[in-house]
Design a binder for this molecule. Sequence first.
Ligand code: TPP
Ligand code: MG
Length: 383
Amino acid sequence: MTVKSTARARKKAAPGAPDNSRTGSDTQTELVQLLTPEGVRVEHPDYPLVTSPEELRALYRDLVLVRRFDAEATALQRQGELGLWASLLGQEAAQVGSGRAMRPGDYAFPTYREHGVAWCRDVDPLNLLGMFRGVNHGGWDPNEKNFHLYTIVIGAQALHATGYAMGITKDGADDAVIAYFGDGASSQGDVSEAFTFAAVYNSPVVFFCQNNQWAISEPTTTQTKIPLYRRASGFGFPGVRVDGNDVLACLAVTRWALDHARNGGGPVLIEAFTYRMGAHTTSDDPTRYRLTEETEAWKAKDPISRLKAYLEAEGLVDDEFLAGIEAESVALGLRVREGVRSMPDPDPTLIFDHVYAEPHTLVDEERAEYEAYAASFEGGENL
Ligand SMILES: Cc1ncc(C[n+]2csc(CCOP(=O)(O)OP(=O)(O)O)c2C)c(N)n1
Ligand SMILES: [Mg+2]
Protein backbone atom coordinates (compact mmCIF):
# COMPACT_ATOMS: atom_id res chain seq x y z
CA MET A 1 0.00 0.00 0.00
CA THR A 2 1.35 3.39 -0.91
CA VAL A 3 1.16 5.60 2.12
CA LYS A 4 2.51 9.09 2.08
CA SER A 5 3.77 10.45 5.36
CA THR A 6 3.05 13.67 7.19
CA ALA A 7 5.90 15.96 8.15
CA ARG A 8 5.24 15.31 11.81
CA ALA A 9 5.29 11.55 11.51
CA ARG A 10 8.38 11.70 9.33
CA LYS A 11 10.16 13.55 12.09
CA LYS A 12 9.09 11.02 14.72
CA ALA A 13 9.55 7.78 12.81
CA ALA A 14 12.71 5.79 13.30
CA PRO A 15 14.54 4.91 10.07
CA GLY A 16 12.85 1.92 8.47
CA ALA A 17 9.84 2.10 10.80
CA PRO A 18 6.45 1.58 9.16
CA ASP A 19 4.74 4.80 8.28
CA ASN A 20 1.57 5.03 10.33
CA SER A 21 0.80 8.65 9.66
CA ARG A 22 -2.36 8.01 7.67
CA THR A 23 -3.55 4.96 9.49
CA GLY A 24 -3.50 6.87 12.76
CA SER A 25 -1.96 4.10 14.81
CA ASP A 26 0.22 6.69 16.55
CA THR A 27 -1.17 9.74 18.26
CA GLN A 28 -1.53 11.75 15.06
CA THR A 29 -4.48 14.11 15.21
CA GLU A 30 -3.37 16.39 12.44
CA LEU A 31 -6.07 18.26 10.61
CA VAL A 32 -5.15 18.77 6.98
CA GLN A 33 -5.72 22.42 6.16
CA LEU A 34 -4.80 24.58 3.17
CA LEU A 35 -6.82 27.65 4.08
CA THR A 36 -7.01 28.90 7.66
CA PRO A 37 -10.29 30.21 9.09
CA GLU A 38 -8.90 33.71 8.50
CA GLY A 39 -8.43 32.92 4.82
CA VAL A 40 -4.66 32.55 4.81
CA ARG A 41 -3.31 30.01 2.31
CA VAL A 42 -0.98 27.47 3.95
CA GLU A 43 0.86 24.52 2.44
CA HIS A 44 0.70 20.89 3.52
CA PRO A 45 3.62 18.64 2.56
CA ASP A 46 1.36 15.76 1.46
CA TYR A 47 -1.35 17.67 -0.35
CA PRO A 48 0.11 20.21 -2.72
CA LEU A 49 -2.67 21.91 -4.65
CA VAL A 50 -2.27 24.05 -7.71
CA THR A 51 -5.40 26.05 -8.56
CA SER A 52 -5.96 28.66 -11.22
CA PRO A 53 -7.83 31.90 -10.41
CA GLU A 54 -10.74 30.59 -12.54
CA GLU A 55 -10.93 27.39 -10.48
CA LEU A 56 -10.89 29.33 -7.23
CA ARG A 57 -13.65 31.63 -8.43
CA ALA A 58 -15.66 28.61 -9.60
CA LEU A 59 -15.37 27.01 -6.15
CA TYR A 60 -16.55 30.23 -4.56
CA ARG A 61 -19.51 30.36 -6.94
CA ASP A 62 -20.40 26.73 -6.08
CA LEU A 63 -20.31 27.43 -2.35
CA VAL A 64 -22.46 30.55 -2.58
CA LEU A 65 -25.06 29.03 -4.90
CA VAL A 66 -25.33 25.83 -2.90
CA ARG A 67 -25.85 27.81 0.30
CA ARG A 68 -28.48 29.94 -1.40
CA PHE A 69 -30.36 26.96 -2.72
CA ASP A 70 -30.26 25.34 0.73
CA ALA A 71 -31.59 28.50 2.42
CA GLU A 72 -34.40 28.70 -0.12
CA ALA A 73 -35.31 25.07 0.57
CA THR A 74 -35.48 25.68 4.32
CA ALA A 75 -37.74 28.70 3.69
CA LEU A 76 -39.95 26.67 1.34
CA GLN A 77 -40.39 24.01 4.02
CA ARG A 78 -41.32 26.65 6.59
CA GLN A 79 -43.95 27.94 4.19
CA GLY A 80 -45.47 24.49 3.79
CA GLU A 81 -44.15 23.86 0.28
CA LEU A 82 -41.88 20.95 1.31
CA GLY A 83 -42.63 18.17 3.76
CA LEU A 84 -39.12 18.22 5.19
CA TRP A 85 -35.64 19.57 4.49
CA ALA A 86 -32.22 18.43 5.73
CA SER A 87 -30.02 21.53 5.54
CA LEU A 88 -26.33 21.33 4.64
CA LEU A 89 -25.57 24.72 6.19
CA GLY A 90 -21.92 24.75 7.30
CA GLN A 91 -20.98 21.68 5.25
CA GLU A 92 -20.73 23.38 1.85
CA ALA A 93 -16.92 23.13 1.64
CA ALA A 94 -16.79 19.44 2.53
CA GLN A 95 -19.33 18.68 -0.19
CA VAL A 96 -18.13 21.02 -2.93
CA GLY A 97 -14.45 20.20 -2.32
CA SER A 98 -15.02 16.45 -2.46
CA GLY A 99 -17.62 16.74 -5.24
CA ARG A 100 -15.27 18.72 -7.47
CA ALA A 101 -12.47 16.21 -6.80
CA MET A 102 -14.41 13.54 -8.67
CA ARG A 103 -13.76 12.72 -12.30
CA PRO A 104 -16.79 12.35 -14.59
CA GLY A 105 -16.60 8.53 -14.45
CA ASP A 106 -16.45 8.37 -10.65
CA TYR A 107 -19.63 7.46 -8.82
CA ALA A 108 -21.05 8.96 -5.61
CA PHE A 109 -23.38 7.32 -3.10
CA PRO A 110 -24.96 10.07 -0.95
CA THR A 111 -27.03 10.23 2.22
CA TYR A 112 -29.94 12.68 2.37
CA ARG A 113 -27.84 15.82 3.00
CA GLU A 114 -25.47 15.83 0.02
CA HIS A 115 -27.09 18.68 -1.90
CA GLY A 116 -23.68 20.23 -2.57
CA VAL A 117 -22.39 17.00 -4.10
CA ALA A 118 -25.58 16.74 -6.16
CA TRP A 119 -24.84 20.25 -7.43
CA CYS A 120 -21.35 19.18 -8.48
CA ARG A 121 -22.82 16.17 -10.30
CA ASP A 122 -25.13 18.48 -12.20
CA VAL A 123 -28.34 17.21 -10.61
CA ASP A 124 -31.01 19.90 -10.93
CA PRO A 125 -31.87 21.23 -7.44
CA LEU A 126 -35.53 20.91 -8.38
CA ASN A 127 -35.13 17.13 -8.46
CA LEU A 128 -34.01 17.19 -4.84
CA LEU A 129 -36.86 19.48 -3.86
CA GLY A 130 -39.43 17.32 -5.61
CA MET A 131 -38.43 14.44 -3.38
CA PHE A 132 -38.74 16.53 -0.21
CA ARG A 133 -42.10 17.81 -1.48
CA GLY A 134 -43.19 14.20 -1.87
CA VAL A 135 -43.97 14.38 -5.57
CA ASN A 136 -41.17 12.17 -6.87
CA HIS A 137 -38.49 9.76 -5.65
CA GLY A 138 -35.63 11.98 -6.78
CA GLY A 139 -36.29 11.91 -10.44
CA TRP A 140 -32.72 11.99 -11.71
CA ASP A 141 -31.07 9.14 -13.56
CA PRO A 142 -28.31 7.89 -11.22
CA ASN A 143 -26.38 6.33 -14.06
CA GLU A 144 -26.46 9.50 -16.14
CA LYS A 145 -25.20 11.65 -13.26
CA ASN A 146 -23.06 8.99 -11.57
CA PHE A 147 -24.85 10.08 -8.44
CA HIS A 148 -27.00 7.51 -6.68
CA LEU A 149 -30.43 8.31 -5.27
CA TYR A 150 -30.49 9.63 -1.70
CA THR A 151 -30.32 6.93 0.97
CA ILE A 152 -32.15 7.58 4.21
CA VAL A 153 -31.29 4.23 5.81
CA ILE A 154 -28.24 5.32 7.80
CA GLY A 155 -25.01 3.75 6.57
CA ALA A 156 -26.59 1.43 3.98
CA GLN A 157 -25.02 3.27 1.05
CA ALA A 158 -21.51 2.43 2.32
CA LEU A 159 -22.29 -1.17 1.38
CA HIS A 160 -23.85 -0.21 -1.96
CA ALA A 161 -20.75 1.84 -2.78
CA THR A 162 -18.43 -0.99 -1.84
CA GLY A 163 -20.34 -3.47 -3.97
CA TYR A 164 -20.25 -1.04 -6.87
CA ALA A 165 -16.50 -0.54 -6.37
CA MET A 166 -15.95 -4.31 -6.36
CA GLY A 167 -17.79 -4.37 -9.69
CA ILE A 168 -15.50 -1.67 -11.08
CA THR A 169 -12.51 -3.86 -10.27
CA LYS A 170 -14.09 -6.80 -12.09
CA ASP A 171 -14.77 -4.59 -15.11
CA GLY A 172 -11.15 -3.43 -15.07
CA ALA A 173 -12.34 0.19 -15.18
CA ASP A 174 -10.31 3.21 -14.17
CA ASP A 175 -13.00 4.78 -11.97
CA ALA A 176 -13.42 5.22 -8.25
CA VAL A 177 -16.41 5.42 -5.93
CA ILE A 178 -17.12 7.76 -3.05
CA ALA A 179 -19.50 6.90 -0.21
CA TYR A 180 -20.80 9.72 1.94
CA PHE A 181 -21.98 9.16 5.49
CA GLY A 182 -22.05 10.94 8.84
CA ASP A 183 -20.41 10.58 12.22
CA GLY A 184 -23.53 8.86 13.56
CA ALA A 185 -23.53 6.41 10.67
CA SER A 186 -20.01 5.35 11.63
CA SER A 187 -21.64 3.39 14.48
CA GLN A 188 -23.75 1.33 12.10
CA GLY A 189 -22.83 -2.26 11.34
CA ASP A 190 -23.24 -1.59 7.62
CA VAL A 191 -20.32 0.84 7.68
CA SER A 192 -18.01 -1.62 9.45
CA GLU A 193 -19.03 -4.36 7.02
CA ALA A 194 -18.33 -2.06 4.10
CA PHE A 195 -14.89 -1.24 5.55
CA THR A 196 -14.09 -4.95 5.87
CA PHE A 197 -15.13 -5.86 2.33
CA ALA A 198 -13.47 -2.82 0.79
CA ALA A 199 -10.21 -3.53 2.61
CA VAL A 200 -10.10 -7.25 1.91
CA TYR A 201 -11.00 -6.83 -1.78
CA ASN A 202 -8.83 -3.74 -2.11
CA SER A 203 -11.79 -1.95 -3.67
CA PRO A 204 -11.54 1.50 -5.25
CA VAL A 205 -13.81 3.26 -2.76
CA VAL A 206 -13.32 6.41 -0.71
CA PHE A 207 -15.35 6.62 2.48
CA PHE A 208 -16.12 10.28 3.05
CA CYS A 209 -17.38 10.80 6.59
CA GLN A 210 -18.68 14.27 7.30
CA ASN A 211 -18.18 14.56 11.02
CA ASN A 212 -20.58 17.43 11.63
CA GLN A 213 -20.34 16.74 15.39
CA TRP A 214 -23.96 15.65 15.77
CA ALA A 215 -26.19 12.71 14.89
CA ILE A 216 -29.52 14.43 15.49
CA SER A 217 -29.14 15.15 19.23
CA GLU A 218 -26.26 12.72 19.89
CA PRO A 219 -22.79 14.27 19.99
CA THR A 220 -19.80 12.55 18.37
CA THR A 221 -18.57 11.57 21.83
CA THR A 222 -21.36 9.00 21.99
CA GLN A 223 -20.20 7.44 18.70
CA THR A 224 -16.48 6.96 19.26
CA LYS A 225 -13.63 6.95 21.77
CA ILE A 226 -11.03 7.86 19.16
CA PRO A 227 -10.92 10.32 16.26
CA LEU A 228 -13.04 8.73 13.54
CA TYR A 229 -10.34 8.75 10.87
CA ARG A 230 -8.29 6.36 13.00
CA ARG A 231 -10.92 3.66 12.63
CA ALA A 232 -9.41 2.95 9.21
CA SER A 233 -6.25 1.66 10.84
CA GLY A 234 -8.03 -1.34 12.35
CA PHE A 235 -9.37 -2.31 8.94
CA GLY A 236 -5.99 -1.89 7.28
CA PHE A 237 -6.36 1.18 5.12
CA PRO A 238 -5.37 4.84 5.40
CA GLY A 239 -7.43 7.42 7.25
CA VAL A 240 -7.09 11.20 7.02
CA ARG A 241 -8.75 13.98 8.96
CA VAL A 242 -9.30 17.08 6.87
CA ASP A 243 -10.66 20.49 7.78
CA GLY A 244 -14.17 20.09 6.40
CA ASN A 245 -14.70 23.85 6.28
CA ASP A 246 -11.70 24.28 3.99
CA VAL A 247 -12.78 23.70 0.41
CA LEU A 248 -9.21 23.56 -0.88
CA ALA A 249 -8.11 20.94 1.64
CA CYS A 250 -11.21 18.85 0.94
CA LEU A 251 -10.50 19.07 -2.79
CA ALA A 252 -6.84 18.10 -2.43
CA VAL A 253 -7.35 15.23 0.02
CA THR A 254 -10.30 13.75 -1.86
CA ARG A 255 -8.48 14.01 -5.20
CA TRP A 256 -5.53 12.18 -3.65
CA ALA A 257 -7.79 9.51 -2.13
CA LEU A 258 -9.76 8.89 -5.34
CA ASP A 259 -6.52 8.54 -7.32
CA HIS A 260 -5.08 6.25 -4.65
CA ALA A 261 -8.21 4.09 -4.93
CA ARG A 262 -8.42 4.06 -8.73
CA ASN A 263 -4.71 3.22 -9.03
CA GLY A 264 -5.09 0.01 -7.04
CA GLY A 265 -4.24 1.39 -3.59
CA GLY A 266 -7.58 0.30 -2.09
CA PRO A 267 -9.97 2.24 0.14
CA VAL A 268 -9.32 5.43 2.10
CA LEU A 269 -11.34 6.91 4.95
CA ILE A 270 -11.60 10.70 4.96
CA GLU A 271 -13.02 12.34 8.05
CA ALA A 272 -14.11 15.84 7.11
CA PHE A 273 -14.19 17.71 10.42
CA THR A 274 -17.04 20.16 10.11
CA TYR A 275 -20.22 21.34 11.82
CA ARG A 276 -23.94 21.15 11.19
CA MET A 277 -24.84 24.81 11.63
CA GLY A 278 -28.58 24.26 11.32
CA ALA A 279 -31.08 21.80 12.70
CA HIS A 280 -30.79 18.09 11.85
CA THR A 281 -33.87 18.58 9.68
CA THR A 282 -36.71 21.08 9.73
CA SER A 283 -38.42 18.74 12.24
CA ASP A 284 -35.66 19.27 14.78
CA ASP A 285 -34.97 22.00 17.33
CA PRO A 286 -31.24 21.97 18.19
CA THR A 287 -31.64 24.60 20.93
CA ARG A 288 -33.01 21.73 23.04
CA TYR A 289 -29.65 19.94 23.17
CA ARG A 290 -26.72 22.18 22.26
CA LEU A 291 -25.28 25.47 23.37
CA THR A 292 -25.26 28.68 21.37
CA GLU A 293 -21.56 29.18 22.26
CA GLU A 294 -20.68 26.03 20.32
CA THR A 295 -22.51 27.19 17.20
CA GLU A 296 -20.98 30.66 17.52
CA ALA A 297 -17.46 29.20 17.73
CA TRP A 298 -18.03 27.30 14.48
CA LYS A 299 -19.47 30.37 12.78
CA ALA A 300 -15.98 31.86 12.96
CA LYS A 301 -14.76 28.95 10.82
CA ASP A 302 -17.29 29.56 8.07
CA PRO A 303 -16.24 27.93 4.78
CA ILE A 304 -17.47 30.71 2.50
CA SER A 305 -16.08 33.71 4.33
CA ARG A 306 -12.61 32.17 4.53
CA LEU A 307 -12.45 31.59 0.77
CA LYS A 308 -13.83 35.05 0.13
CA ALA A 309 -11.20 36.59 2.44
CA TYR A 310 -8.47 34.75 0.55
CA LEU A 311 -9.80 35.73 -2.89
CA GLU A 312 -10.10 39.36 -1.84
CA ALA A 313 -6.64 39.47 -0.26
CA GLU A 314 -5.14 38.04 -3.46
CA GLY A 315 -7.09 40.44 -5.64
CA LEU A 316 -8.77 37.55 -7.46
CA VAL A 317 -12.29 38.95 -7.20
CA ASP A 318 -13.73 42.42 -7.62
CA ASP A 319 -17.08 44.05 -6.91
CA GLU A 320 -18.35 43.21 -10.35
CA PHE A 321 -17.63 39.49 -9.91
CA LEU A 322 -19.25 39.42 -6.46
CA ALA A 323 -22.31 41.30 -7.72
CA GLY A 324 -22.60 38.80 -10.57
CA ILE A 325 -22.61 35.87 -8.13
CA GLU A 326 -25.20 37.62 -5.99
CA ALA A 327 -27.43 38.16 -9.03
CA GLU A 328 -27.03 34.50 -10.01
CA SER A 329 -27.93 33.41 -6.53
CA VAL A 330 -31.09 35.54 -6.46
CA ALA A 331 -32.08 34.06 -9.83
CA LEU A 332 -31.46 30.52 -8.55
CA GLY A 333 -33.60 31.20 -5.49
CA LEU A 334 -36.43 32.44 -7.69
CA ARG A 335 -36.11 29.53 -10.09
CA VAL A 336 -36.37 26.90 -7.35
CA ARG A 337 -39.19 28.73 -5.57
CA GLU A 338 -41.28 29.04 -8.70
CA GLY A 339 -40.31 25.54 -9.84
CA VAL A 340 -41.40 23.94 -6.57
CA ARG A 341 -44.67 25.82 -6.33
CA SER A 342 -45.66 24.82 -9.83
CA MET A 343 -44.84 21.11 -9.45
CA PRO A 344 -47.96 19.10 -10.24
CA ASP A 345 -49.13 16.61 -7.65
CA PRO A 346 -48.61 13.08 -8.90
CA ASP A 347 -51.49 10.65 -9.37
CA PRO A 348 -51.52 8.88 -5.96
CA THR A 349 -52.08 5.50 -7.57
CA LEU A 350 -48.67 5.75 -9.26
CA ILE A 351 -47.16 4.51 -6.03
CA PHE A 352 -48.62 1.09 -6.74
CA ASP A 353 -47.11 0.92 -10.20
CA HIS A 354 -43.47 0.48 -9.29
CA VAL A 355 -43.58 -1.94 -6.36
CA TYR A 356 -42.78 -4.88 -8.62
CA ALA A 357 -41.55 -4.92 -12.19
CA GLU A 358 -44.35 -7.35 -13.11
CA PRO A 359 -48.09 -7.15 -12.21
CA HIS A 360 -48.81 -8.53 -8.76
CA THR A 361 -52.22 -9.63 -7.46
CA LEU A 362 -51.75 -8.26 -3.93
CA VAL A 363 -50.67 -4.86 -5.23
CA ASP A 364 -53.62 -4.86 -7.66
CA GLU A 365 -55.97 -5.50 -4.73
CA GLU A 366 -54.39 -2.68 -2.74
CA ARG A 367 -54.70 -0.28 -5.68
CA ALA A 368 -58.38 -1.16 -6.13
CA GLU A 369 -59.03 -0.69 -2.41
CA TYR A 370 -57.35 2.71 -2.44
CA GLU A 371 -59.26 3.82 -5.54
CA ALA A 372 -62.57 2.85 -3.91
CA TYR A 373 -61.60 4.70 -0.74
CA ALA A 374 -60.59 7.85 -2.67
CA ALA A 375 -63.81 7.75 -4.68
CA SER A 376 -65.85 7.74 -1.45
CA PHE A 377 -64.96 11.44 -0.97
CA GLU A 378 -66.51 14.22 -2.95
CA GLY A 379 -64.02 14.90 -5.74
CA GLY A 380 -62.14 11.88 -4.43
CA GLU A 381 -60.76 10.94 -7.79
CA ASN A 382 -58.38 13.87 -7.28
CA LEU A 383 -57.21 12.93 -3.80
C1 TPP B 1 -30.89 2.56 10.01
C2 TPP B 1 -31.42 3.87 10.49
N1 TPP B 1 -31.49 4.11 11.82
C3 TPP B 1 -31.95 5.29 12.27
C4 TPP B 1 -32.37 6.26 11.39
C5 TPP B 1 -32.89 7.60 11.92
N2 TPP B 1 -31.87 8.65 11.68
C6 TPP B 1 -32.01 9.51 10.65
S1 TPP B 1 -30.73 10.59 10.58
C7 TPP B 1 -29.97 9.92 11.93
C8 TPP B 1 -28.67 10.48 12.44
C9 TPP B 1 -27.55 10.41 11.46
O1 TPP B 1 -26.44 11.13 11.91
P1 TPP B 1 -25.14 11.24 11.06
O2 TPP B 1 -24.78 9.92 10.50
O3 TPP B 1 -24.12 11.92 11.90
O4 TPP B 1 -25.55 12.16 9.81
P2 TPP B 1 -26.04 13.69 9.81
O5 TPP B 1 -27.54 13.66 9.89
O6 TPP B 1 -25.40 14.38 10.95
O7 TPP B 1 -25.61 14.24 8.49
C10 TPP B 1 -30.74 8.87 12.43
C11 TPP B 1 -30.37 8.08 13.61
C12 TPP B 1 -32.30 5.96 10.01
N3 TPP B 1 -32.67 6.87 9.09
N4 TPP B 1 -31.80 4.79 9.58
MG1 MG C 1 -23.60 13.91 11.95
